[in-house]
Design a protein around this ligand. Structure first.
Ligand code: AOF
Ligand code: ZN
Length: 354
């Protein structure tokens, strides 16, 4: 199952609305077939692992991170493919909340005489499926809050643009996290101060940039900003609040100019409404990158599922902008799930308690 989970991780963020699932076929203690949900979502993992195993699948055990599907969707049911291949045992990590599947896949396998076990390495498998599971069960996108804090718990220095807090290895890890996310969000303050482009620039990840969102009720994003200038290449959405009162002529003119550059304007009544809109467009995972106010708002509304907290080696001191989360001040309701050294920095990952 660990191998199946590792396989699933290789396509995380690249399978569209479909979860990235891993499948491994084992015979006499040896792996004879491997499959992962194809980029764009189909074919599913199981038929690929079965094809890889060929005749060796007969009498073998299949390890799958998600319950095999039982519905005729864009491809035939994976449960049927496992039955037809003569697999004798299927081990599933997580049952599928998709109402078309939800227990039916397992039932179908059992009815065909296959031994089915569930729950093996469930926690680890759930981590990779987190976006998909939240979208299916709560109808909203999953939120990862990424924070980079100085030794003294600051996010940056007031009035200054981007301040280097973490080293190159941490920044590389952030690029990978972006590549796994469907969308990325900053507040207009960060967009104006840093003029970020929020894309993935690492070799091999260039085509995997998430949709870029700016919380910008007054539409202050300049059409000349990096975000607006690149909106035709990687989508940019300016999020305005439904109750924005200031819709004067100047506001309408700014909206027109942004739309001209290819920026989409999206109305949302609240943060949860925004997360639901993302989910209804098939986006399962949102990475929130700053700044402090935006992070505080997501935390205050209980909409953060996971926190990636990077801590750099230097202090910022005077005029620092305090982070709502630091190594010494972790919010209630979260568990620390890992803590590692990355170059000169520390990365702590916290997850919302189940
Ligand atoms: C599997 N193996 O590798 C994946 C599964 O649109 P469709 O027809 O591809 O169906 C999408 C659903 O298939 C999705 O909601 C989830 O229930 C399941 N994904 N199932 O057996 C896989 N990716
Ligand atoms: Zn399937």
């Amino acid at each position: 199952m660990a191998e199946a989970i590792a396989l699933a991780a290789t396509h995380l963020g690249q399978t569209g609305t479909n979860p990235s699932v891993g499948c491994v076929i084992v015979r006499d203690g040896e792996i004879v077939g491997r499959g992962v949900t194809a980029k764009s979502g189909r074919p599913h993992a199981e038929p690929q692992a079965l094809a890889d195993a060929g005749e060796l699948a007969r009498g073998a055990t299949a390890y799958v991170t998600l319950e095999p599907c039982s519905h005729f969707g864009k491809t035939p049911p994976c449960a049927d493919a496992l039955v037809a291949a003569g697999v004798s045992r299927v081990v599933v990590a997580v049952t599928d909340p998709d109402p078309r599947v939800s227990g039916n896949g397992i039932r179908r396998l059992r009815e065909a005489g296959i031994t089915v076990e569930t729950g093996l390495m469930e926690e680890a498998a759930r981590r990779g499926l987190a976006g998909y599971l939240i979208r299916q069960t709560e109808g909203r996108a999953h939120v990862t809050l990424k924070l980079a804090v100085s030794k003294d718990g600051m996010l940056g220095r007031r009035g200054e643009g981007q301040v280097r807090i973490t080293g190159p290895q941490s920044r590389e890890a952030v690029q990978h996290l972006r590549a796994e996310s469907d969308a990325i969000l900053v507040g207009i303050g960060t967009a104006l101060a840093d003029d970020p482009d929020l894309t993935c620039r690492l070799p091999g990840l260039e085509g995997r940039s998430p949709v870029r969102l700016v919380l910008d009720r007054l539409l202050l994003l300049p059409p000349g900003s990096k975000l607006a200038r690149t909106a035709h290449r990687v989508p940019v959405i300016a999020v305005v609040s439904t109750d924005t009162m200031v819709r004067d002529e100047a506001w309408l003119a700014r909206r027109g100019a942004l739309e001209q550059s290819g920026v989409e304007i999206l109305e949302a009544a609240s943060l949860i409404d925004l997360l639901q809109s993302l989910a209804s467009r098939g986006m399962s995972s949102l990475m929130v990158e700053g700044g402090a106010r935006v992070a505080e708002n997501f935390l205050a509304e209980g909409l953060v599922d996971r926190i990636w907290l990077f801590e750099g080696p230097d202090a910022i001191g005077e005029a620092g902008v305090p982070s709502p989360v630091t190594a010494d001040h972790q919010p209630d309701g979260f568990d620390l799930v890992s803590s590692e050294t990355i170059g000169e920095d520390r990365l702590e990952i916290l997850e919302r308690k189940q």
